[in-house]
Design a protein around this ligand. Sequence first.
Ligand SMILES: Nc1ncnc2c1ncn2[C@@H]1O[C@H](COP(=O)(O)OP(=O)(O)OP(=O)(O)O)[C@@H](O)[C@H]1O
Ligand SMILES: [Mg+2]
Length: 291
Amino acid sequence: MTPDLMEAGAERHARAQGLPVGASTESGGRTAGYGRPAVAGEVDVTHGRILYLEDVSVSFDGFKAINKLSLDIAPGELRCIIGPNGAGKTTMMDIITGKTRPDEGTVYFGSTIDLLRHREAEIAQLGIGRKFQKPTVFEHLTVFENLELALKTDKRVKPSMFFKLDSAQADRLADILQTIHLADSVNRMAGTLSHGQKQWLEIGMLLMQDPKLLLLDEPVAGMTDEETARTAELFLTLKGKHSLMVVEHDMSFIRTISEIVTVLCDGSVLAQGTLDEVQSDERVIEVYLGR
Ligand SMILES: Nc1ncnc2c1ncn2[C@@H]1O[C@H](COP(=O)(O)OP(=O)(O)OP(=O)(O)O)[C@@H](O)[C@H]1O
Ligand SMILES: [Mg+2]
């Protein structure tokens, strides 16, 4: 991370927090937390970013799927990622979650946690939740049991045996049921839910772990228009409390939820800005939107 990038991040964060930017202080205008060691279990976002990738590359059999990719995400941001098939969107998520190791580059969670030093399971524990495209709920369990199970570390133990939610967890479960629009279906078998409801349930299962950052890969693929609209509402509710990175091809969905959109192409960032800005960018039209 270069010093000017760090300054820019600190400024952005100060503005977001309503703090004076570049004010003169003992620490040279930096906020007091600037050099503070991270508290265990917390992500240090004093530099204004929860996720930071710099010059990340990975090749598969000589093919550069990710090529000098750099991007960062602010705490509480809902970032949309678009780009043509094969652009490297899913591979980027694989790298962030420790599923794929890059050949080179830097990947940080906050300013102190080097994700490349952690394994996949540890990264989930650190507070990065990931939703794959296909819903992976437990079809023969109820909605309630699925959410309850999401809290357990040892998934082999039968649900409801030797495990009892404490009152804070029970409150969280009730809140999440409302958030994911499944409060009326709490005792239904997950297998009987619609595709969209299964997707919400899986998002609920991620939320049970209270992730700081959520990565969602094509969350509305296969959903009805009504389910897509409700998912947009859901994501807007999550924004701020969590940071979200959403990969989608559905442009009307992106239009409803997006602030900053990053366009990925050939493994790196082609353009970034509001959806209107990127949609009017000639290079983006050529490689993606104009197809
Ligand atoms: N494990 C792997 N081994 C070999 N090639 C891979 C692997 N993972 C990804 N690739 C290749 O890397 C490129 C990027 O794939 P990726 O799945 O990240 O694209 P994407 O942007 O998610 O596309 P889509 O929009 O179709 O989901 C593709 O050419 C893909 O074939
Ligand atoms: Mg993909």
